[in-house]
Each structure stands twice: as structure tokens, then as C-alpha cells.
Design a protein. Structure first.
Length: 199
């Protein structure tokens, strides 16, 4: 943010308005755990002076960059942003958007309700696929590892389908190695196999 507004309320609004007016908003902040690798690196670089933010109308500090070098200051800024976004005067900004705010390991959904207020609900679980759900990772001895393929990268029936294409087909004019991108989908029983082939 190149031009920082004069107070924390305006800063909170400006952060929100960075996102497109029509898209949903997911704001996820850093966690500031003591003795973490990030905390040690921040300490090594040096931290600015702690600034007491008494509320959203508190004027911004003269040294904004210095303010942001202190973890406690950033925690206060995050709290103020959340407070402003979840307040009733913020209803016109939220409108019909879905807003998820994630801070210090907790997620909150903000939405406007019929009475013109902002409803704030903690999201108790996020839909995060397990590593064994076909997302290219596997759990081995408690660690995530890439799922390496055994055998052909392209299932045999798709490779045969590509090779057997009719000469009238547009794709058959090119050698497989020359194709920028082809997409094939075949229904084989209860599973759908898809692959993207690119050079």
C-alpha cells in the first residue's frame, strides 16, 4: 500500500477495497508465534517500537514501515481490520459477497443479514482435502510426500484413443509432441479419467 490513510479505520477500508468489488473475499493473515522461524528472522532484522492502537480512529504512526516491523503492532492492525470489517457500518462494503477472515488459526465468515447488520460466525472446519484424495500427495510416516506415478503417465486407453484418431480430425494433423494442449475425458465405469497433455 503506497498511500496509507490517516487512521486505522480508513486503512481497514482501503485494504478491503483492494479486492475487486464483485468477487468474494478471503483474507488470511500471518500467525505470530513466539520462537517460530519467522519470529526469529523478524527479531534478527530488528523490530520497531511498540505502538498502542487505542481504536479504529487512532491516527497512523509517522513511521508506518517501522510500525510494521513490530509483531505486536501487526497483531493490533489485524484486530482493528477485523473489528471494522465485522461492524454494522461496513454492511455496504460487504453487500452480497462472501467474506472469510482467517487470523491466528481461526476462520470467520462475515455476511450481511436482513436487518442491515453484519453477522460474524466462526467457521469450525474448512474443507481441506486430505492428501490421499487424489491431489498429488500422500501421507508417509506422518509426512506429506509427492505421489509419484507407477507406470504410464497417460492411461493406455487414452493413448490408444489418441493414436487411433481419424485423419479428418483436427488433432490428427499434428504429431502428439507438437500439440500445445489437448484435453481428453473418458468415462470408464464409475471413475472419470482426465488428463491434460502438453509439450
Amino acid at each position: 500500500m503506497t498511500e496509507v490513510p490517516q487512521n486505522f479505520k480508513e486503512t481497514s477500508e482501503k485494504v478491503y477495497n483492494i479486492v475487486s468489488k464483485t468477487s468474494d473475499v478471503i483474507c488470511s493473515t500471518d500467525m505470530y508465534q513466539p520462537n517460530s522461524i519467522k519470529a526469529m528472522e523478524r527479531q534478527r532484522r530488528g523490530a520497531g517500537e511498540k505502538f498502542i492502537v487505542q481504536g479504529e480512529m487512532t491516527k497512523k504512526p509517522a513511521d508506518w514501515k517501522g510500525f510494521l516491523t513490530n509483531d505486536e503492532n501487526k497483531k493490533q492492525l489485524i484486530q482493528i481490520i477485523f473489528k471494522v470489517w465485522s461492524s454494522d457500518p461496513f454492511v455496504p462494503h460487504i453487500g452480497t459477497r462472501k467474506v472469510i477472515f482467517i487470523s491466528e488459526g481461526h476462520a470467520y465468515q462475515l455476511q450481511t443479514v436482513d436487518d442491515g447488520s453484519v453477522e460474524c460466525r466462526q467457521v469450525l472446519s474448512l474443507l481441506i482435502p486430505s492428501p490421499t484424495d487424489g491431489h498429488g500427495w500422500q501421507l508417509v510416516n506422518g509426512y506429506l510426500e509427492p505421489l509419484w506415478l507407477d507406470g504410464d503417465v497417460v492411461p493406455q486407453f487414452i493413448a490408444e484413443n489418441i493414436a487411433d484418431q481419424d485423419e479428418n480430425d483436427v488433432a490428427s494433423e499434428y504429431d502428439l509432441d507438437e500439440l500445445d494442449e489437448m484435453y481428453y475425458s473418458c468415462d470408464s465405469g464409475d471413475e472419470i479419467y482426465c488428463c491434460i497433455i502438453s509439450r
